[in-house]
Ligand binder design. Structure first.
Ligand SMILES: *[C@@H]1O[C@H](CO)[C@@H](O)[C@H](O)[C@H]1NC(C)=O
Ligand SMILES: *[C@@H]1O[C@H](CO)[C@@H](O)[C@H](O)[C@H]1NC(C)=O
Ligand SMILES: *[C@@H]1O[C@H](CO)[C@@H](O)[C@H](O)[C@H]1NC(C)=O
Length: 236
């Protein structure tokens, strides 16, 4: 009875807040094949989700706090849900799941800055990298108020938090751009300009192109004749 209760508690804890980076545990099936008894409940519970995620991401050396879920996209003007960030074989993540299951992610606190988070894809059907962030192509992107410049929302390699765009294989990226409010579940981006400044960073959604990206000034973006709506991301 006691064992059952502690297993339930351990499982519930795992569901509420997945702790990643635990060493890859041997499954009970593997242990039984070797004639060993099953894992104790806590170890079993810890192994459930992190092991599955660890196959797809960089191994980490010590545990960090992670929250699992999907990225829900809500319109700024009335808060209604537009959809979920997609998981698309051909095009990664930069739109909504008009067809198929959405992207599953875990939101993890970075080691060096406690107010910055990484978002890591855990069920990606596209090729790596598996961090969820911003990329500006071959030029280090600049966002500014009064300007219609933009940077892409895309899967990215891991880059350091609070750092200007990092050049990886010829393209500039920032992955650890997220802050996470655990009461509202909102995920808010902060692009860092090449000079280290922190511009207003608005998530924009162009429904006609099913395209998500970041702008510094949504009304300037609209002035150009291409229209997008400001949206917000929530972990759901
Ligand atoms: C998009 O994802 C949501 C949440 O999982 C799901 O309810 C919906 O059916 C998906 N949309 C499509 C078109 O598959
Ligand atoms: C989270 O959002 C709530 C409601 O907007 C706000 O009161 C609170 O200060 C936020 N927490 C953090 C850590 O930003
Ligand atoms: C930009 O255009 C979109 C689509 O027409 C509209 O929904 C949105 O309100 C506009 N936003 C601004 C700030 O002009």
């Amino acid at each position: 009875m006691l064992v059952k209760v502690s297993l339930l508690v351990a499982l519930a804890n795992t569901l509420v807040s997945v702790v990643s980076g635990s060493p890859v545990a041997e499954t009970n099936a593997q242990r039984m094949a070797r004639g060993l008894p099953p894992n104790p409940p806590s170890q079993f519970a810890r192994g459930v989700s992190p092991v599955w995620a660890a196959k797809r991401t960089e191994p980490s050396t010590r545990p960090s706090t992670c929250y699992p879920g999907k990225i829900e996209v809500r319109y700024d003007f009335d808060g209604h849900v537009a959809g979920y960030v997609r998981n698309w074989e051909n095009g990664g993540i930069s739109g909504l799941n008009f067809s198929g299951d959405p992207l599953e992610v875990k939101v993890c606190k970075t080691r060096s800055y406690t107010d910055r988070y990484d978002i890591i894809a855990t069920n990606a059907v596209f090729k790596p990298p598996y961090y969820v962030g911003a990329g500006s192509g071959t030029v280090a992107g600049i966002l500014a108020t009064g300007d219609r410049s933009s940077v892409g929302f895309s899967n990215t390699p891991q880059t350091p938090p609070n750092a200007p765009p990092t050049l990886v294989n010829g393209n500039y990226y920032e992955s650890a751009i997220w802050s996470y409010n655990s009461s509202t579940k909102e995920l808010s981006p902060q692009w860092i300009n090449p000079d280290g400044s922190k511009p207003s960073t608005v998530i924009a959604y162009d429904i006609r192109a099913n395209d998500l990206f970041f702008v510094g000034d949504i009304s300037q973006w609209n002035v150009s004749g291409s229209f997008a709506s400001a949206v917000h991301f929530y972990l759901a």
